[in-house]
Design a binder for this molecule. Structure first.
Ligand SMILES: Nc1ncnc2c1ncn2[C@@H]1O[C@H](COP(=O)(O)OP(=O)(O)OP(=O)(O)O)[C@@H](O)[C@H]1O
Length: 253
């Protein structure tokens, strides 16, 4: 297997006055090409810090991030990042936001439109193509951001709790849609969540992080695909994995 992204003994400190907050200490993790890796951890354990570094937005204080076989020194167009913060362009409507990655690549307006419309439908925003971000709810903006990231077809997708703000029903629908889009695409996904069920429903592997990014558990998830959240809940293997992950999270407190 080829590693696409590698964090090699990365430490991240945020200096403040005479002291510094250590967000991550000597974390090593390797992401295999084409895999779907869930990163599970409680609030404040350093998940977003890790993702920011994997995206090349911030550099580690010590250690190294590698993308394929080179050191990652900054953002890379092969890596799509859905951050926790809203990064939609306020002056563009939903369709034009979603079209943006294609526009940057020089795809013609005629070719961009059907791609954007298909993705807007897949994330459940049909009818809102002409709405501006300020006219959408928080969850709708997250979905528009997701569609925009997917439009760029990056080979690697980094997602920071993309479905956290959505109601349970919509969340399940989007998880299933994301899996449909990912399966067979060859794309690599790193998906950050604090929800055990979500981590298990989506991932080929779950990496559980504890304080300052200590790896508490790194486990392959061999539950059969396609996975449906409703079916999984009563699957004994899923229930056993849920217990194992929950225990790991507790132990790491
Ligand atoms: N820019 C920053 N400046 C100072 N400290 C920071 C900064 N970003 C993160 N931290 C600190 O690093 C630690 C990890 O934060 P991070 O946002 O990575 O956690 P997280 O696991 O993503 O949390 P959540 O699930 O709540 O989003 C926290 O103690 C936080 O206060």
């Amino acid at each position: 297997m080829t590693a696409v992204l590698t964090a090699d003994a990365v430490t991240k400190q945020f200096p403040k006055g005479d002291t510094a907050t250590v967000a991550l200490r000597e974390l090593s993790v390797s992401i295999e090409e084409g895999s779907f890796v869930s990163v599970l951890g409680r609030s404040g354990c350093g998940k977003s810090t890790l993702l920011n570094m994997l995206a090349g937005l911030t550099s580690p204080t010590a250690g190294e991030i590698r993308y394929r076989d080179r050191r990652l020194g900054g953002p890379d167009t092969n890596i799509g990042y859905l951050t926790q913060h809203d990064t939609l362009m306020p002056w563009r409507d939903v369709r034009r936001n979603v079209e943006m990655p294609l526009e940057i690549r020089g795809v013609s307006a005629k070719q961009r439109r059907p791609v954007a419309e298909d993705l807007i439908r897949r994330v459940g925003l049909q009818g809102f193509e002409k709405h501006y971000p300020r006219e959408l709810s928080g969850g709708m903006r997250r979905r528009a951001s997701l569609a925009r990231m997917l439009a760029g077809e990056p080979e690697t997708l980094l997602m920071d709790e993309p479905f956290g703000a959505l109601d349970a029903q919509l969340r399940t629908e989007l998880q299933e849609e994301l899996l449909r889009l990912w399966q067979g695409s060859g794309q690599t996904v790193v998906f950050v969540t604090h929800d055990i069920e979500e981590a298990l429903t989506l991932g080929d592997r779950v990496v559980v992080l504890g304080k300052i990014g200590r790896v508490l558990l790194d486990r392959p998830i061999t539950l059969a695909r396609p996975r449906s959240a409703d079916d999984l809940r009563i699957d004994p293997d899923f229930v056993a994995l849920h217990r194992e992950l929950s225990a790991a999270l507790k132990e790491g407190q």
